[in-house]
Design a protein around this ligand. Sequence first.
Ligand code: FES
Length: 85
Amino acid sequence: MKNIDLEICTGTTCYLLGAADLIDVLENLPEPLRERINLRGVACEDLCKSGSRPPFVKINGIVIGEMTSERLLATLENTLGGTTC
Ligand code: FES
């Protein structure tokens, strides 16, 4: 069964612009799905100073900006297969 490595930037900018909501969404996923996500909070890697938009996440090594709760759920669903809700 496929798992996901998910890093969420918990630097101040990302946190204030939505990372806190992303973490909340993940904490409320059904347990069988949560167990398939290797979640790590990471410090600011200065992506927020690159002109891209926070909050940033890294899914299986791929950086994605402007992440929203809806996009995160859709991405997890696509990557894990099946439904997240
Ligand atoms: S606070 Fe997230 S990349 Fe800077």
